[in-house]
Design a protein around this ligand. Sequence first.
Ligand code: ATP
Ligand code: MG
Length: 440
Amino acid sequence: MSVPANSRWNRLLARPALVLGAAALIGFLLGHPWPAVAIAAMALVGWQQLRLRRLVQRLSSRQRITLGSGNDAWADLGQLLHRSQEETRHRAQRLVEMLRAYRAAAAALPDAVVVLERDTQRVQWFNEAAGHLLGLHYPEDTQALLAERLRPLPVAHWMANARNPEALLDVPSPVNPAVRLSLRLIPYSDQFWLLVARDVTKLMHLEHIRRDFVANVSHELRTPLTVIHGYLEMLDPAEQPDWAPILVEMRRQSQRMTQLVEDLLTLSRLESQDSINDEVVAMDSTLATLRREAEALGKGRHVVTVEDRAGVDLLGSPRELHSAFSNLVSNAVRYTPEGGSIAIVFELDQDGEAMLSVRDSGYGIPESHLPRLTERFYRVSTSRSRESGGTGLGLAIVKHVLQLHQARLEVTSEVGQGSTFTCRFPAGRCVARAAEEDAQ
Ligand SMILES: Nc1ncnc2c1ncn2[C@@H]1O[C@H](COP(=O)(O)OP(=O)(O)OP(=O)(O)O)[C@@H](O)[C@H]1O
Ligand SMILES: [Mg+2]
């Protein structure tokens, strides 16, 4: 504290009893003791006032309080204030260091990180990678509107719908279209969002190689398989009774391989497509075909019912939609024992979405398997699927077909009770049926 005193006056005034005693003595010698004591008391009060004011001034102007000497209350107060100031200073320094370390870590990330203000969607901060991945520049782009800076990417629309933390978007980089980015928006506080952009070019490239490889191998296998299949068809088991069981098994396996190759080719074709040519898919005839297929596959072992309550047709690819629906129907037939029921229902829900459901009273699927059903080659019970000739590609095909139609697959199932597979199409894919339009 600066107030304490190195000066003699300060040291003297710090001993009030001594001052008052001296004043009384001098006053007594001069013959006026009380006025001398009163003047000394006023000087003491004035001096204390002055010290207090100086201290308040130093505190309010955030000056450092230096340690003072002496052993009066002012010295104690000075020590306390000094200690508390030092502690606060250390704490602030530590926080600044931590902040610097976090910033340096965020700045060094290979992914672009942008902090946005949630309401205004303006950029608050971004790291170095945001420069070469998203083309943001410091300092011009702090406070810039992100959607405007990243145009032509459809960021504004995406952000408007990105209230859920899982929002993702695969887009070309605005700096270099050859670089593919995966964007993720994380609402980490009420006030701020974090936009993370990751370079997924290599991943996409590998994905392309994998897709091409599967497509090429499947294509190459097709011809030799057709030849083998053809020769096997020519061999008559009746003429070779010893070989009959082997021939039958060879035919069965070659058929299975052919189906596998066809399914892989279908998947590759669907994966390489971004969109489909929309046509009106006549649902009454599609449902009639599905019923015929279910009855033919089940050979009369199940009760098949069809309900057409939607009164609309779908917009999409008739071929792909038929393939998706008949995959669901063939599963229902395969995984439902004799005497069970299969119900195919086409209806609208209250939001105008069209739902095609295939419900069976079959074996059912344990809940833990449901999230993985649409993975390639995923089978719940390999022995049952092998028995029925399944390869685990059917539902992967269904998923891709539905994705191309902006539709989704919902599955509910109970072991021993049966399963329901529902394809849900957005209202925009429903069109009034021609016959019903005419009737209006
Ligand atoms: N309706 C159903 N009831 C019970 N299990 C089912 C049903 N549909 C599918 N599954 C289970 O899901 C798995 C995956 O089905 P998916 O259609 O993809 O393959 P798959 O039927 O085995 O072979 P395929 O490629 O010939 O369709 C099946 O193996 C089966 O275990
Ligand atoms: Mg199947």
